[in-house]
Design a protein around this ligand. Sequence first.
Ligand code: UDP
Length: 409
Amino acid sequence: MRIAMISEHASPLAALGGVDAGGQNVHVAALSLALGRLGHDVTVYTRRDDIALPDRVPMAPNVEVVHVTAGPVEPIPKDDLLPYMSELADGVVADWRSRKPDVVHSHFWMSGVAALDASHRTGVPMVHTFHALGVVKRRHQGADDTSPRERRWLEPRVGREADGIVATCSDEAFELKALGVPFERITVAPCGVDLETFTAEGPVATRGRPHRILAVGRLVKRKGIDTVIDALTRLHADTELVIVGGPGTVDETMTDAEARRLRDIAIERGVDDRVVFAGQLSREDMPTMLRSADAVVCTPWYEPFGIVPLEAMACGVPVVAAAVGGLTDTVVDGVTGRLVPPKDPEALAETLDELVVDADTIRDYGLAGRERVESRYAWSRIAADTAETYRTVAAQREQRVPNLAGVRP
Ligand code: UDP
């Protein structure tokens, strides 16, 4: 198949860990590469945010990235990108003039707005993945949600008008149903993990203390890293917390407002000597860091999917996660790690306190985690399932559009 991906803010070529670069970038990149390996032709359209970016960048055999000029050619927070979506759609449609794709798969609601426009104008069937839902974000962030107001009505519209929706977890499928998206149009295909890069064997980063817990991700409030710092105060002093993520190097990261807020909490709680900010890590360095932990801790307020737990499990490391969103699909309580209530430092501390000193359980959870990702979360499998959705959607579209061949005079 010829597949167009639209990922307006999350380029598959971007460095990860900054405020707007995380799971979606990984997802779009890995899914595109896996579809390319299956022999499909994939073009990923993303917004040009730097004048130095070439128009087209070959990413791998069968996969290329196209930078479309849509709005000022500079980094712009994703919540400010809506006004440029019709320009993005124009650029995409112009590129389809020479050859139309069989399907367009958009990522995040704003790309969905551009994809709907492009799909209406060309008849190309559309599949959409939300990655995050405004309704959930509003529920948790209230007035702190910086999404544009239009998200309230445009996001459900994308859901209702797309030919097919690929949700990343079952929780999201139920949220979508509540938004009026017909259930039969939703399939669930999780994110995957690169099983060759994230392995249990390999180099291990050096610890600063006998026990290490690790938090990895974009430094945004909703990731709940403050809950982990709070829990650390209840753990033995021989346990350190390493925080990975941020806008760049450690120095650059410490200029970040959220990093400073977390540092201040650690100082106030008297655990700053046990909290290590590692800054942003490359994909290559991530497995070495993950393997160094007794447990990877993910305690967001909510989580549309959460790739970090899969990466930890692939590295044979237990995951202690908040029982929210996609994390309840990926982490099996008492098998690959533990699920705890969100925003509950006491429950988290109790769980970690037992776990970090229990080498047998750490090993068992780690082995079970690796087995689980091998059997369910290989990108090759997820790409094959997603391609099946593309085929179904394209076939349904053909049935709906009357075939006028031979009818016209
Ligand atoms: N990540 C990274 N370097 C960093 C911080 C994060 O490569 O310094 C990666 C991390 O390994 C994972 C992704 O960014 O692949 C975060 O995805 P997740 O789904 O956990 O969170 P999201 O960013 O989507 O909220």
